[in-house]
Design a protein around this ligand. Structure first.
Ligand SMILES: Nc1ncnc2c1ncn2[C@@H]1O[C@H](COP(=O)(O)OP(=O)(O)OP(=O)(O)O)[C@@H](O)[C@H]1O
Length: 303
């Protein structure tokens, strides 16, 4: 769990740049959130779902909590649990002929992440929520429908807590065919406004790459155009191919190693090969390794 504001991690969000192609999505989703509806961004890896969710969350001017889906996430993590015992001993020996000892032992309760967010009206970004078990995510049904968080199995005398009126949530997920992703219960999906996101255009990706890595925008465009051409070839084979992440890695590593972003530079060729190989190999699974290398190299040489 990360409460960005409290952890002094607001920089995480300052590092997110506004992309014009998302302007309309930002406007629509901000309106839905203000009206009290949860948002769900879905799309392939690396299109910028988490970044966009964080960007929109930050605009709400409420503390932002980032939570990552995981198959080990449990109700204890979300609601809270007793973490042990604490004891308090008072010894009164003021009058030395009188000795009084008062000892109290009590269980120590620690609030879970969701309970904190719900109680204090945070904006929750629940990243890759379909990586948690559907049974864990059931808690969201009560939150979104009845406006309560049930305190199941916690020995609390109070059966639930009411959701703060400012609480809101943005979910992100990868498509169901991705490894490690659970199928989500229809009842939950039915309560979310699901918006599919597609990769940004190469010019918009270039702006992000340039701002994030410090390389010149024309060079960044050469990198994103290269990655984008490979992505198109992979798509024809039914695979997503390399994402914006690959462009950021190429630009960063080239800058660090002081490599020119030039397709005929052998060291640069090796760098891009290392970065995009896995994704391209997956798409061209029926081809030989040397054919895959040729696909990458011939696109690289166009830089
Ligand atoms: N608008 C943006 N501003 C700055 N960086 C961005 C932006 N969009 C994407 N990125 C960067 O691109 C990479 C992928 O973005 P992000 O993690 O948001 O994608 P995602 O769709 O959530 O991916 P995944 O499904 O793999 O989690 C990250 O390194 C992120 O920092």
């Amino acid at each position: 769990m990360t409460v960005l504001k409290e952890a002094g991690l607001e920089k995480v969000n300052d590092d997110i740049f506004y992309a014009e192609a998302f302007e309309d999505v930002i406007r629509r989703t901000s309106g839905y959130l203000e009206a009290g509806y949860p948002i769900h961004f879905t799309g392939p890896s690396g299109v910028g779902k988490t970044s966009l969710a964080l960007y929109i969350a930050k605009k709400r001017k409420r503390p932002v909590m980032l939570m990552h889906g995981n198959h080990e996430l449990s109700n204890k993590d979300l609601i809270g649990s007793y973490t042990g015992y604490s004891s308090k001993k008072v010894i009164d020996n003021y009058i030395h002929s009188v000795y009084k000892k008062d000892e109290k032992v009590s269980e120590t309760w620690k609030n879970g992440r969701l309970l904190e967010a719900v109680k204090n009206g945070y904006t929750l970004v629940y990243d890759e929520f379909t990586r948690s078990k559907p049974s864990t995510n059931n808690l969201f049904l009560s939150i979104l429908e009845e406006g309560i968080l049930p305190l199941y199995g916690t020995k609390h005398s109070q059966p639930f807590i009411k959701v703060h009126p400012e609480f809101s949530v943005l979910f992100t997920s990868n498509p169901e065919e991705y490894a490690g992703v659970y199928q989500t219960q229809e009842a939950l999906l039915d309560r979310l406004i699901t918006i599919p996101l597609q990769p940004l255009g190469q010019s918009e990706e270039a702006v992000i790459v340039s701002k994030k890595t410090g390389i010149d925008e024309t060079e960044a465009k050469n990198v994103t155009a290269f990655v984008s051409r490979l992505r198109e070839s992979c798509k024809k084979k039914g695979n997503e191919g390399p994402s914006l992440r690959a462009s950021i890695m190429i630009a960063l590593l080239a800058a660090k190693a002081d490599l020119p972003i030039k397709g005929d530079n052998e060291e640069f060729q090796q760098l891009v090969m290392d970065i995009v190989w896995y994704q391209v190999r997956k798409a061209f699974e029926k081809e030989t390794d040397s054919k895959v290398q040729n696909v990458i190299l011939s696109e690289c040489k166009k830089i």
